[in-house]
Design a protein around this ligand. Structure first.
Ligand SMILES: Cc1cc2nc3c(=O)[nH]c(=O)nc-3n(C[C@H](O)[C@H](O)[C@H](O)COP(=O)(O)O)c2cc1C
Length: 179
């Protein structure tokens, strides 16, 4: 059974990114994966300053160990000023990526406040994934506030179907690429 780790890149309480990541993780479970989650609202990481990856303390080490054991990732971010959150980018920068991230598949999702449905975040994820030598699954999930109900759950059937199809692809890719 593959392990899919979800990462929510929002520090806001009541984050829609977190609920989106949860929805995708639930869909991964349905398709046969084990899941864990890293909610960056609950984690205090130092800023990357170009030291070696093991020099950032116990919390950074704990998080890296969870990432390292993952076979694949669900990665979500709010769109802030046209890109992913600095919090999430910092998490990537802190990793010894060849050991922790490279060669693994990821399904990307984003939440924007505008009508564009976080399309910038989704595009920027592809550039960063390439630099980290990660495999992006073919589909991504872009949303805005209108796509959530009052309990902040995805309500649009098309988006729910897309989340399900992405999760299926991710679990399959994680099984094939598993080291
Ligand atoms: C500082 C800041 C910058 C933002 N920039 C954008 C943006 O460029 N494009 C956009 O669509 N939404 C933008 N938003 C809206 C957020 O992406 C949106 O509220 C999102 O739901 C936040 O994610 P969360 O619910 O997971 O915290 C911005 C919000 C903040 C606070």
């Amino acid at each position: 059974m593959v392990l899919i780790v979800g990462i929510s890149g929002s520090k806001r309480g009541g984050s829609m990114t977190l609920t989106l990541v949860n929805d995708l993780l639930n869909a991964c479970k349905k398709h046969g994966a084990k899941t864990e989650r890293i909610d960056l609202a609950q984690v205090e990481l130092p800023f990357f300053d170009n030291r070696e990856s093991w020099e950032y303390g116990k919390e950074a080490e704990r998080v890296s160990k969870i990432l390292e054991k993952a076979d694949g990732f669900v990665i979500g971010s709010p769109e802030y000023h046209g890109s992913m959150s600095g919090t999430l980018k910092n998490l990537f920068d802190l990793q010894d990526y060849e050991r922790v991230l490279a060669g693994k598949p990821a399904a990307f999702c984003g939440v924007g406040g505008g009508r564009g449905r976080a399309t910038n975040v989704l595009s920027h994820f592809l550039v960063v994934a390439r630099a980290l030598k990660m495999w992006a699954v073919p589909m991504a999930l872009g949303t805005n506030h209108d796509d959530f109900d009052d309990a902040f759950r995805l309500r649009d059937k098309t988006l729910l179907d897309r989340a399900d199809a992405m999760a299926k692809d991710l679990v399959k890719a994680a099984s094939v690429l598993r080291k």
